[in-house]
Ligand binder design. Sequence first.
Ligand code: ATP
Ligand code: MG
Length: 397
Amino acid sequence: MPKIRALRGFRDIYGEEWEKFWNIYEVFRENLELFNFKWIETPVLERVDLFIRAVGEETDIVQKQMFLFKDRGGRDVALRPEGTAGVVRAFLELALNPPQKLAYFGPMFRAERPQRGRYRQFYQIGAEFIGYSGYLSDVEGVLSAYLPVRSLGINVEVIVNTLGGESTKRSYSQALKEYLRGRDDLCEDCKRRRETNPLRVLDCKVDSHRLNPPDILDFTPEDVKEEFYKTLERLKEEGVPVRRDKNLVRGLDYYTGLVFEIRAKDMEAAQSTVLAGGRYDHLVEELGGKPTPAFGWAAGVDRIALLYMPDRTRKPLYFVVRTSEDLKEEAFRIAMRLRGEGKRVDMLHESRSLKSQMRYANKVGARWVIIVGEDEYRRGYYRIKDMETGEEGLVAI
Ligand code: ATP
Ligand code: MG
């Protein structure tokens, strides 16, 4: 029979690698705990309208990356391509009172060209500050993202920019459109984008590095500019390696005000962004709620896993072997008792010689082997072998 393989861009994450994901989650969980976050789990499947309205009609995500289909009731649904839209929908549907700090961890789905660090099912840990405004909440937002990444020991820098005030995005888009009209060296996508959504051209992986467009700060009101500089200063004071990039705009429509990315220094540019986010003051209203300021970010766990060297070791393994099959029940009982004491314990269930069991225990990296033998067992003992030193001793059962 031919084997059935996983879909392109989808993968199995196995053993130590998946354990890394849990370690990363654990480090984020500990750090977000310090900021008093609550955790939320929203559905993987949502009405497609949610993403069209939240992420934006003209974005790459909506135009070409969503997994779309009709469910059995004929409704247009999509696998979630990102987490913020669902969290804000839930915030409204559960009628939660602002302010709320909500965090999530789960799979996202985007039909993009698969490559290292870019998959069609990938995992994000995200955080949303709903009902928070002012530059200190921008500072807190960036810190809540940076601290877990720093705890993981990854060498990063934080890039920030502002999308300005209420009218800035509009006037800047106009200026950018004019600047881009003069360029005939743009990629095909960008030639279309420069009319419909010129900001997105700055986000393009092909073109952006060659452009030197006008600076959005020249279109930003004085008070917003001042808050942006204060945010930068406060972040530096907190020890964040931060710098401004005037071309950082982010690919989702809902952003307003501060936007930021955390980039790994030891990665190729295409996969170097491990976390991204910013302020989105209009999204709650856009999804039917009252005007509510908000800030959020999402970390790419698959990419962090490429950079993170776990320093958390597993518990040492105890392996229980027996000298004869008659002692299998007893061996099992001892294994369960040790597990009851919080130890990591394993044993083989199939019939094997003692020698073969020992060889297996060695192969799977047992630190201690518990040998259950006839004579000792009758006298109320088992033997324990230290696999590092080879020393053996007797322990009362
Ligand atoms: P990129 O510019 O790399 O496509 P993005 O702007 O689409 O990223 P966001 O939507 O901001 O990314 O998601 C936040 C983070 O999630 C990214 O910085 C990245 O680490 C991760 N991420 C996004 N798309 C993927 C993917 N297809 N596979 C793995 N990780 C991803
Ligand atoms: Mg993308």
